[in-house]
Design a protein. Structure first.
Length: 190
């Protein structure tokens, strides 16, 4: 079994975000043979504009982001829910990773989405929207065990997700299924 390198993107830009904390917990729980790297530079991407998306003239943030996606074996996205959908910066990151059309860094890349939200359903709408957008962008959207932690602001007010036994068990189950999906023949073809 070869080492798997997984890029972890956080949809929230807040330093104290509960989704950032959830991403930190996921990174901490990386199974043996899997390296999870929290990538935060996608927040510096300019708004997607085809006029700016010109080979040889791309902003350095775009070049670095696309290369990080290309170098990863898979991507885990940890997203909050903003007004019932995914945050604008995450949608922008998806747009940048989807180009150039037909040869993008996200094309056939295994992607899974989890998250937490203050809302009672834990951000499932945002997760569904992210899965849809990544699928349309050409990613190989994996659907392992879902992690959607509700009431995050209250639940994690004084406890980091890595210290919440129930959340840790959910994340371990998610990671087990995620890694198994990466080992499956369909994911290997990607």
């Amino acid at each position: 079994m070869t080492e798997k390198n997984v890029l972890v993107l956080v949809g929230s830009m807040r330093a104290a975000s509960t989704n950032r904390q959830l991403a930190e917990a996921v990174v901490d729980l990386a199974p043996e043979g899997t390296t999870l790297e929290l990538f935060e530079s996608h927040h510096a991407l300019p708004l997607y504009n085809e006029d700016v998306d010109v080979e040889g003239e791309l902003p350095e943030s775009v070049v670095a982001y696309r290369q990080a996606i290309a170098d990863a074996d898979a991507v885990i996205v940890v997203t909050p829910e903003h007004n019932g959908t995914l945050p604008a910066n995450l949608k922008n990151a998806i747009d940048w990773s989807s180009r150039p059309y037909g040869a993008s860094s996200i094309s056939e890349k295994p992607v899974a989405v989890i998250g937490t939200s203050f809302a009672q359903f834990g951000g499932v709408w945002a997760q569904d929207e992210a899965r849809k957008a990544y699928g349309i962008a050409g990613a190989n959207v994996l659907e392992p065990k879902t992690v959607a932690v509700p009431n995050s602001v209250v639940r994690f007010a004084e406890t980091h997700p890595r210290d919440d036994a129930e959340v840790v068990e959910q994340l371990k189950g998610f990671l087990d299924e995620f890694v198994a999906a990466l080992d499956a023949p369909a994911a290997k073809a990607a």
